[in-house]
Design a protein around this ligand. Structure first.
Ligand code: MSP
Length: 646
């Protein structure tokens, strides 16, 4: 199977923003998903560089359009790696190969008699770069740009779009999946229920020179849509490239609702005039608003991808946009919403599941995958749920319903977390007779983690790579890089080793982590290295990584007989353990209950006054009124017990 997925080619009149980022993240996620299914994929994006809009933007900067287009196109190209977006091809409409193909197609359609010369007067919107009908206006203004269109009368070339109206209606009716979600299919069919007008496809050079010259009339350039839409063909080597043959029949276009008409009406009728098969699918998504307000330069609320990545991290941005938007509907972006998802879904649910489960495998099985020993009823329920999740995930991802695919994954994360609580591995670990059961529970948990790393790979490539490494897999091991080979339960090999596990997601603070304004062009700078000056004996990072610092919640505290200094603490980190702390002179047992402190969790056990201590509570040593005092460590807000401190 093969897949060809495209984004719109973006206008180069302004730098990329969240809307462009979203479409391109979706296309990247989809192409990674198809690759996970074993398919050959081609993913194309690029920039649309001709037309009025760009001339105007370049004039504002006092530079020629070509230079301006080069500059903004480079910004788009430089943005995608920041988002872990990896297109196979980046096309520019100023590429010589594209220009040649547009001209050959214009000639072909002209020779066929589907392009004619005529006089036209109408209401032209510069923002849309097209004539509007009276019906489209709202209070005399363009509904998208809120500006009055200009009355223009001139001679131009027209594409006989009306000739293909019935053929298009039939195609849409016979192919229910041609335009999805259904609301947009219905919108197009409703529009086509009225007679279709022919499409003006030229501009006299007297008015616009920044465009592709018509091959049959050198005094005109082509109107941007005829130029732009053809990128989907030129990018794969039309008319006779190998990739064209391979990919055109499986083309899927991804757009937002703003450019539905050009893609659902102009483009298929153009293809009909060229005697070409139509693209396979058109996927249409809604608009991102910012805090429920339309994103616009004049309001000053345009959000830049680079700022978002710097504030929240690329995985969080990808996850948030895919999880938050129901594909097809509008959605609102806010810092509060992204921070909430990061803290609840990513740090708490997913991050904790990974750190708890792998920590237990390190603690009880020295970081080796144990051999499972027979499944209980509950284990089978978990395994069935895993298979159901994979099935739902596959179906939803294939239909661009990413929020539902992610919902299914997170329900499964919830089940896995419950499985830990229900099985209490820390209690099993205390009883040697239950070693086989502990093996099974830990194996099952690791399998859950493997399936999560596998399914999240298209959505969060960075986090999935960390999970993959932590579980001890090579990046392209099919058990974690292929749905076919890795989608079934039980692919982990007992005896194989885990690797040290990097924490996945930090908790964020809504206020502190708001995006900062930054130059959208500049690429991330490598940070200036700073060298600590106070430490005498520096340790290397590997040494530090050996320290297992965790947040522990004190659930019980009691004095230790015959000791003035020591208290026996019972803490949850997240499994229960006893720690002896020398803080009796400074804290009463009652005031300690419920506090969260930082502990060293991997200290060798030690017996103090007859009580074995499993770890050490961290406290600051200070002097108050000339006397030494210990002040307990804490975290600035409550976190899941057991959270790693790093
Ligand atoms: N150049 C044309 C497309 C030609 S395709 C053959 C164009 N360019 S654009 O720069 O205006 O990009 C429009 C696209 O950007 C939308 O269809 C969508 O993919 C994305 N978005 C722009 N603003 C958006 C939002 N506010 N929300 C979501 N996506 C939006 O039109």
């Amino acid at each position: 199977m093969t897949t060809y997925i495209t984004t719109p080619i973006y206008y180069v009149n302004a730098p990329p923003h969240l809307g462009h980022a979203y479409t391109t993240i979706v296309a990247d996620t989809y192409s990674r998903f198809r690759r996970l299914c074993g398919e050959t994929v081609r993913f194309q994006t690029g920039t649309d560089e001709h037309g009025d809009k760009i001339v105007k933007a370049a004039e504002n900067e006092n530079i020629p359009p070509r230079e301006y287009a080069d500059r903004i196109s480079a910004m788009f190209r430089a943005t995608w790696p920041l988002l872990d977006v990896e297109p196979d091809h980046f096309i520019r409409t100023t590429d010589a190969a594209h220009i040649a193909v547009v001209q050959s197609i214009l000639q072909k359609v002209y020779d066929k008699g589907d392009i004619y010369f005529d006089e036209y007067s109408g209401l032209y919107c510069r923002g849309c770069e097209r004539y509007l009908t009276e019906k489209e206006l709202v209070d005399g203004n363009c509904p998208d740009h809120q500006t009055p269109p200009q009355e223009i009368a001139e001679k131009n070339y027209f594409f006989r779009m009306s000739r293909y109206q019935q053929q298009l209606i039939d195609h849409i009716r016979n192919n229910p999946q041609f335009i999805t979600p259904e609301r947009y299919r219905n919108e197009v069919l409703a529009f086509l229920s009225e007679p279709l007008e022919d499409l003006c496809i030229s501009r006299p050079k007297a008015r616009l020179t920044w465009g592709i010259e018509l091959p049959f009339d050198a005094t005109f350039v082509t109107y941007v849509w005829f130029d732009a839409l053809i990128n989907y063909l030129t990018g794969i080597g039309y008319p006779d490239g190998k990739d064209f043959e391979k990919f055109w029949s499986v083309a899927e276009h991804l757009i937002a609702k703003d450019i539905l008409k050009p893609h659902a009406i102009y483009w298929p009728t153009m293809l009909m005039a060229m005697d070409m098969p139509l693209y396979r699918k058109l996927h249409v998504h809604g608009y991102w608003n910012i805090d429920d307000t339309k994103m616009s330069k004049s309001i000053g609320n345009v959000v830049r991808p680079k700022e978002l990545v710097e504030a929240y991290g690329v995985d969080t941005l990808r996850y948030f946009t895919l999880r938050e938007m129901s594909f097809g509907l509008d959605s609102s972006f806010s810092s509060e919403a992204i921070v909430a998802r990061q803290n609840a879904d990513l740090a708490n649910d997913l991050g904790n599941l990974f750190s708890r489960a792998t920590a237990m495998v390190w603690k009880y099985r020295e970081g080796r995958v144990p051999e499972p020993a027979g499944n209980s009823e509950e284990d089978l329920v978990l395994q069935d749920a895993a298979q159901a999740m994979i099935g739902e995930y596959r179906a939803m991802m294939a239909e661009f319903r990413f929020h539902l695919a992610l919902q299914a994954i997170w329900e499964f994360v919830g089940l896995a977390n419950k499985y830990i609580v229900g099985n209490e591995p820390w209690t099993l670990a205390k009883d040697p007779a239950k070693a086989a059961r502990l093996d099974t529970v830990l194996y099952n948990l690791l399998e859950c983690l493997r399936l999560l790393a596998l399914t999240l790979r298209p959505v969060m490539p960075g986090a999935a790579a960390k999970m993959t490494a932590g579980l001890g897999f090579a990046p392209d091991d099919p058990r974690i890089a292929s749905l076919e080979e890795g989608g079934a339960w039980g692919r982990l090999t007992p005896g194989s080793g885990l690797n040290a596990f990097e924490a996945l997601f930090p908790r964020l603070d809504a206020k502190k982590d708001e995006p900062q304004e930054s130059d959208p062009i500049a690429l991330p700078q490598t940070r200036q290295e700073t060298v600590p000056t106070v430490a005498e004996d520096l340790i290397d990072f590997d040494f530090f990584k050996k320290l297992e610092l965790r947040v522990a919640e004190i659930v019980a505290a009691a004095p230790i007989k015959k000791s003035k200094k020591l208290l026996k603490l019972t803490v949850n980190a997240p499994e229960e353990r006893t720690i002896v702390a020398g803080i009796a002179e400074y804290y009463s047992p009652e005031e300690l209950i419920g506090r969260q402190v930082v502990i060293v969790a991997n200290l060798q056990p030690a017996k103090l006054m007859g009580v074995t201590s499993h770890g050490m509570v961290l406290a600051a040593k200070t002097i108050v009124d000339g006397k030494e005092k210990l002040v307990l460590s804490s975290v600035s807000e409550s976190v899941e017990p057991g959270s790693r401190v790093a």
